[in-house]
Design a protein around this ligand. Structure first.
Ligand SMILES: Nc1nc2c(ncn2[C@@H]2O[C@H](COP(=O)(O)OP(=O)(O)OP(=O)(O)O)[C@@H](O)[C@H]2O)c(=O)[nH]1
Ligand SMILES: [Mg+2]
Length: 501
């Protein structure tokens, strides 16, 4: 079975950022000459780009999974990792990008329009870049972060001024070949055309594009003969040309009933909101194949009937080019009118602006969640989440650096305000995230993990009891005393002890 591909699902994965490097420069007589670990390279983006050379989405149907390069790792001697090279995915002009919820993300209607579908991860800084006056030789580097990924639906909707519609083998492709420089496949079997061919017609000083939509049959609007896929292409065209076959030998078919079938299908097609229904767009009729004598007779016969229905009718032959000149002028006129109207409309309509997700949003928020272990405080924000991702938790210094960063944007204060107390569970990021036991008296989460700043828990273990522990010990001691006193009292009453006289 032939597959007609103008709608595909693709899975795109941007590249991962490379890890930064920890390295110490060594010089003769100076073995510790400062940190020289370079940064990791950034992961590559996956970018969809509207390319006039590309006409189908078939390529993505065959290979729907695409991954961009990862960034290179940083290295010693100040060498940074290479940035991943952007993965450019050319798609046809008129490709609509939707997310997995069906929301439109981008409409690539002009050559060269780019849409960054997946964003590469950041490379981690090396210990050279992390050094400061206070931290002269960092023993850690930042990890690269993951690139974004996602599933997208690509949908091709041809954009042309005029769509040629009609039954299979009516001569739509022949007509586009006769009127423009396009060289579509032409054959006398139905559904020769599987994806629309675009042609540019030049008449006088007019220039417009035409598309031969694949043949339509009865039931197309319900999906018959891949009809819905075909009809989608008509959606973007401002005018329609009905190509009617006057030389068909198929029983039960004639230009009038053919037209009625096609009209019914066009009428049943639901255009997206805000667009003109297909049948309300300007339409012309071409009675084709009049180079065949019987066809010319038939065309002459049905013409008055069609004209009485209000159509402008052209008798043509795609084979002998008869009647094409006046047809192309008539189409040019329609197109000019439609363009003028579109211009007026475009000025009154608000434009859709593509908004890429903000990356450097410095904010964060704290969400509280109840649970069987008490309240859980969740820190959500692009920065804190990224910082956690960049942290090598096997490295105490790296964890300390994370704590400093978190403290700097005021997460501790915000947690106090949110009601966190000593020992509260704090999670950074969605899902299970990274879990901390938070301690407000200490300034940062890292100290909870690795001890107070400036100490090494292996060298001088911190044995000081917390106030809470001291209080517990005190009450326990007091309780024991009271208990002992009560015991003594009972025994005395029982006469176990003789009062000394
Ligand atoms: N005699 C004659 N034959 C024509 C004319 N136009 C097209 N044909 C023939 O009709 C057959 C179908 O032509 P196509 O142009 O492929 O028809 P189509 O409408 O694009 O068909 P699909 O792509 O299948 O929908 C071919 O064999 C053409 O040679 C014409 O003006 N005169
Ligand atoms: Mg065709």
């Amino acid at each position: 079975m032939v597959t007609f591909v103008d709608q595909v699902q693709v899975h795109l994965q941007a590249g991962r950022g490379g890890n930064g490097c920890v390295s110490i420069r060594r010089e003769k007589f100076k073995p510790l000459a400062g940190p020289d670990g370079g940064a990791g390279g950034n992961g590559a983006d996956v970018v969809l780009i509207a390319d006039p050379q590309v006409t189908t989405l078939l390529e993505y149907h065959r290979r729907p999974h695409r991954e961009a390069d990862n960034g290179g790792y940083g290295a010693g001697d100040y060498r940074d990792g290479v940035n991943g090279q952007e993965l450019l995915l050319p798609v046809p002009i008129g490709t609509v990008v939707k997310n997995d919820k069906g929301e439109t993300l981008a409409d690539l209607t002009e050559a060269g329009t780019r849409y960054v579908a997946a964003q590469g991860g950041l490379g981690g800084l090396g210990n050279n870049a992390l050094s400061s006056l206070k931290r002269k030789a960092p023993g850690f580097a930042l990890l690269g972060t993951a690139g974004t990924s996602g599933s997208f639906t690509l949908e091709l909707k041809t954009i042309a001024d005029v769509a040629f519609v009609g039954y299979p083998s009516a001569g739509k492709s022949s007509l586009i070949a006769a009127m423009s420089a396009a060289k579509p496949k032409i054959a006398d079997y139905p559904f020769t055309t599987l994806s629309p061919n675009l042609g540019v017609v030049e008449t006088g000083e007019h220039r417009y594009t035409v598309a031969d939509v694949p043949g339509l049959i009865e039931g197309a609007s319900e999906g018959k003969g891949l009809g819905l896929d075909f009809l989608r292409h008509v959606e973007r065209c401002s005018a329609l040309l009905h190509v009617l076959d006057c030389a068909t030998l198929e029983p039960g078919r004639d230009p009038i009933s053919d037209l009625e079938v096609i009209l019914a299908e066009l009428g049943a097609y639901p255009v997206p909101e805000g667009q003109t229904p297909l049948l309300e767009r300007p339409q012309l009729i071409a009675l084709n194949k009049i180079d065949v004598p019987e066809a010319r007779d038939l065309a002459d016969f049905v013409r008055p009937e069609l004209e009485s229905r209000g159509y402008r009718v052209f008798e043509i032959s795609a084979a002998s080019h008869e009647g094409l000149r006046s047809l192309s002028f008539a189409l040019a006129e329609l197109v000019e009118k439609a363009r003028a109207e579109a211009l007026v409309e475009a000025e009154s309509k608000p434009r859709i602006v593509l908004k890429p997700k903000a990356v450097n949003d410095g904010g964060f928020r704290i969400a509280t969640e109840g649970g069987s272990y008490g309240t859980l405080y969740r820190v959500l924000g692009i920065k804190p989440e990224r910082w956690v991702e960049q942290t090598d938790f096997t490295n105490d210094e790296a964890v300390g650096y994370l704590a400093d960063r978190l403290q700097k944007i005021g997460i501790d204060d915000a947690l106090v305000k949110a009601g966190a107390v000593a020992g509260s569970t704090v999670v950074i990021g969605p899902g299970s995230g990274v879990v901390f036991d938070w301690e407000p008296t200490l300034t940062s989460a890292a100290e909870v993990q690795v001890g107070a700043r400036g100490t090494d828990s292996r060298v001088d273990p911190n044995d000081r009891r917390t106030n809470k522990e001291r209080r517990a010990e005190y009450t326990a001691r007091m309780d024991a005393k009271a208990e002992a006193r009560a015991e003594l009292e009972r025994e005395r009453k029982a006469g176990m002890w003789k009062e000394e006289s």
